[in-house]
Design a protein around this ligand. Structure first.
Ligand code: ADP
Ligand code: MG
Length: 624
């Protein structure tokens, strides 16, 4: 330490993340090397980009590379890059704070037991702090490209770091790991080489290591990786392991990708894309719908920027990967990207690739696809609204809970549904409700269940909104069976025809008139139901009205909602209606009629207007 040495404290989040990383990732300790090399590669990418406008940044050192070196006596491992480097402030900001939104929430959401779970911290993205898994002291010296000052950052991972001027001469960053006791495997050239080949072979810059003589490193360096950007290599030569290693570099994900698609397009536009679907959503997925990242734009092999927002629609925001265009200008800016027809074409091509990939996964590996759906299904559904041009393709990828499986998990596709439709049935029937139980036990399902007609059960909040954008699939109309009247289109052959329905309505017309008088303004109508077999009554909205539970949801969120009134549909053969019909005492009959209405409200999930009055009526009936 000198007089110029200043001491700083880590931001408290850093301290916690550091603790989690070093304590839960020990069994995966090798990953520190992949993380540091990944950062060095990013730094080289950044320099190459900045140098497009300011070539003088290269100075007298035009090579971009990453060197790995070790010293058995000093027990140090060194990673040195000739990338962009960091200024004093960047050292403080980048290595002393965590900029990721949602970090605090993530840390708070972890229970004590979960804090040791490597997968969870892995989701967070591990990064620079992984160095402390194997090192008890980390010394970083850095000189930013174009700057005449260099600085030294150092920490023992104990909550503090120091900063002082350094005499580092070359541009870039040097990281010296003072290895913990017992970590001698990282002082072994053969082992280091094999780690680089396993985890970092795909890095597009040369990774160099000293040639060894008699087991000791010499001053001569040789390149140990392929040093060609992975996506520029022929598909046939790339192993799954290499694709997965590259995925970790672009996505900052700790786990494997679920699936990927690598394509070269030549013709009008020339570009290469490599897109990945992650297996797990990152912890901060959904905190911030607009902060999209993970799709890197390259132009002629030069990294330009993270352009997920420009290149992918929001409903595909889970996709990670690379697009490398031969045609865009190297000086392309975010503004240019946003208005460009060329970019629109690239974007359309990417969307097509991703939808192809998802379709293929669904077709060939349904188990995997089920995993995808659990993680990202809710996001993909947004596409029905966001991307009408692709809505049929998106619809094919949707999965639903259904009366056919009876399970809460969404497993049924629209194609499955079509294959099971009854003769004469013309509509794809669904029911949307406030939750799983409300959906599967809804009285609205009775007549359909009696005929074994399948109904898709939409029980998540986004469902009713999203499905509203899908009018039909394969020429079949999507039909909310809780609205309007049901007929043959919904129920299939053998359902009562219009004249039979009229006959039944005529028989019950006196009963219906009585109920109308009892309920008055509370309902839009009272009519004989085609839906019910077991329940006495249910509430039904008009075919084009908003579902009652949606009305409640929107009201609760402070929206003005047109107060559509439901109709009460009755099952005239039900004993309770017969009892209502036969009751001579007018007051008791009205009580019964109101109870029927209130029951229907409760079954639908509504809150009663006057619950105390309901209880009184109910008790009178129980005692009577
Ligand atoms: P991430 O790579 O996900 O941004 P890291 O924890 O790995 O997170 O690194 C934090 C930041 O520190 C990087 O974003 C980068 O700005 C900076 N950094 C790390 N290593 C280097 C390096 N070798 N050269 C320049 N900057 C670096
Ligand atoms: Mg990193």
């Amino acid at each position: 330490m000198t007089a110029a040495t200043k001491s700083y404290e880590f931001q408290s989040d850093v301290q916690q993340v550091l603790h989690l990383v070093t304590h839960s990732l020990y069994s995966n300790k090798n990953i520190f090397l992949r993380e540091l090399v990944s950062n060095a590669s990013d730094a080289c990418d950044k320099l190459r980009f900045e140098a497009l406008k300011a070539p003088e940044l290269y100075g007298d050192q035009p090579e971009l590379r990453i060197d790995l070196d070790w010293d058995k006596d000093a027990r140090t491992l060194t990673i040195r890059d000739s990338g962009i480097g960091m200024s004093r402030q960047e050292l403080i900001d980048n290595l002393g704070t965590i900029a990721r939104s949602g970090t605090r929430k993530f840390l708070e959401s972890l229970g004590e037991a979960q804090k040791a779970d490597a997968q969870l911290i892995g989701q967070f993205g591990v990064g620079f702090y992984a160095a402390f898994i194997v090192a008890d002291r980390v010394a970083v010296t850095s000189r930013r490209a174009g700057s005449d000052e260099a600085f030294a950052w150092e920490s023992a991972g104990d909550g503090r770091f120091t900063l002082e001027p350094s005499d580092k001469a070359e541009r870039g960053t040097t990281i010296v790991l003072h290895l913990k006791e017992g970590e001698d495997e990282f002082l072994d050239g053969w082992n280091l080489r094999s780690l680089v080949r396993t985890y970092s072979d795909h890095i597009g810059f040369p990774i160099r290591m000293p040639v060894e003589k008699d087991g000791a490193p010499t001053d001569e360096f040789e390149t140990v990786n392929q040093a060609a950007a992975l996506w520029t290599r022929p598909k046939a030569e790339i192993s799954d392991e290499e694709y997965q290693a590259f995925y970790k570099h672009v996505s900052h994900d700790f786990g494997d990708a679920l699936a990927w698609s690598h394509n070269r397009v030549e013709g009008n536009q020339n570009f290469t894309s490599l897109v990945y679907v992650p297996a797990k959503a990152p912890f901060d997925f959904g905190f911030d719908r607009d902060a999209r990242k993970g799709l890197k734009l390259y132009v002629k092999r030069v990294f330009i920027m993270d352009a997920a927002e420009e290149m992918l629609p929001a409903y595909l925001r889970f996709v990670r990967g690379v697009i490398d265009s031969d045609d865009l200008p190297l000086n392309v800016s975010r503004e240019i990207l946003q208005g460009s027809r060329q970019v629109d074409k690239l974007k359309n091509a990417l969307v097509r690739r991703v939808l192809d990939l998802l379709e293929k996964t669904a077709r060939e590996e349904p188990e995997k696809y089920a995993g995808f759906w659990r993680e990202f299904g809710a996001v993909l559904k947004e596409g029905l609204a966001e991307d009408p041009a692709n809505s049929q393709r998106i619809a094919k990828l949707l999965r639903f809970a259904s009366t056919h499986t009876g399970e809460r998990e969404a497993q049924v596709s629209l194609d499955d549904y079509l294959a099971r439709m009854k003769p004469g049935q013309e509509t794809i029937n669904y029911l949307s409700a406030d939750g799983w139980n409300a959906a599967r036990h809804s009285p609205q399902l009775e007549a359909l269940a009696a005929r074994s007609v399948e109904v898709l059960l939409l029980h998540e909040r986004i469902d009713e909104w999203a499905i509203g954008y899908l009018n039909e699939y394969e020429g079949k109309k999507l039909r909310n069976i809780a609205k309007g009247e049901l007929g043959r289109a919904e129920l299939g052959e053998g359902a009562p025809d219009a004249s039979q329905q009229e006959e039944r309505a005529r028989e019950a017309s006196a009963l219906v008139e009585k109920l109308k008088a009892t309920l008055g303004e509370r309902v839009a109508d009272v009519r004989v139901s085609q839906r019910l077999t077991d329940s006495p009554a249910c509430l039904v909205m008009g075919e084009y009205d908003m579902a009652l539970h949606m009305q409640r949801l929107l009201k609760a969120a402070g929206h003005e909602v047109p107060a559509g009134k439901p109709a009460l549909e009755i099952n005239p053969e039900h004993p309770l209606l017969q009892r209502y019909d036969a009751e001579a005492d007018a007051a008791r009959r009205d009580d019964l009629g109101l109870l029927l209405f209130e029951q229907a409200q409760l079954a639908e999930g509504a809150q009663l207007d006057d619950p105390a009055a309901f209880v009184r009526r109910m008790n009178a009936l129980l005692l009577g």
